[in-house]
Design a protein around this ligand. Structure first.
Ligand code: CTP
Length: 221
């Protein structure tokens, strides 16, 4: 496939799940990988759509792309659905929340001194799984996910590829003695539907994004 005939749709960054008007649950994803993919994609794809949750400000939008800012996982899912189309490469590099407060408050919660606080969370929608029943509507919609794992990297990633019906999954190991999503040199293991894999890197997130785009462009039929 000539990438100039394809659209690139990237979802990036960490959505927020609000407990009350001043508190939310989120994660330390910066959005740098998604931002790098979308930026590098500008020269290569027909159009780039960048759906971004609130990560670091410098990775929140891409000059030259169609930028869609979202706040919650549900908003991110709706934005991804709105921008699905024929001949699209979707890369879900975002770190959506798996759970959201079951009963968010519309007024600031007050503390009860000395008492513990128990939060009840309910599952969010899985964005990639939500696309499975829609995928047949589109010609040449390719789906790529990420899997950040602390252990059993290949096994867990391969399971996500199957369960989310992806064309490729990019697995990386995180938390090697640190918190976060691997801010240092890292490598990616890209697994396809036939369980063939390719190791990319090591490199920083921008190097890996470049290698990943090159690999996907060469592999997409
Ligand atoms: N993902 C998604 N919707 C969610 C959660 C994750 O589409 N609600 C996507 C991520 O963007 C990523 C892939 O699914 O591309 C795997 O995400 P990850 O957080 O590694 O795995 P989960 O499916 O959330 O499973 P677990 O947290 O149990 O490892």
């Amino acid at each position: 496939m000539n990438p100039a005939e394809l659209r690139l749709l990237v979802a990036s960054g960490p959505p927020r799940e609000w407990l009350d008007p001043v508190r939310f649950i989120s994660n330390p994803s910066t959005g740098r990988t998604g931002w790098s993919l979308a930026t590098l994609g500008l020269d290569r794809f027909r159009e780039v759509v960048f759906v971004s949750g609130p990560g670091l400000r410098q990775y929140g939008s891409v000059d030259g792309a169609h930028n869609v800012a979202v706040d919650t996982t549900e908003e991110m899912m709706n934005a991804v659905h709105d921008h699905l189309a024929d001949q699209t490469l979707l890369i879900m590099s975002a770190a959506p929340a798996d759970y959201t407060p079951a009963e968010p408050r519309d007024k600031k919660m007050k503390k009860v001194p000395g008492d513990p606080l128990t939060l009840t969370l309910k599952p969010t929608s899985d964005i990639l799984k939500s696309i499975i029943p829609l995928a047949d509507r589109y010609k040449q919609l390719y789906r790529v996910g990420f899997a950040a794992e602390t252990n059993n990297v290949r096994e867990y990633a391969a399971r996500k590829l199957r369960e989310k019906q992806l064309d490729f999954i990019c697995a990386n190991e995180v938390y090697k003695g640190q918190r976060g999503f691997g801010e240092n040199e890292n490598s990616l293991l890209v697994i396809d539907k036939s369980d063939d894999s390719m190791k990319l890197g090591p490199g920083d997130k921008e190097d890996l994004a470049r290698e990943l785009l090159n690999y996907l462009i060469q592999r997409i039929p």
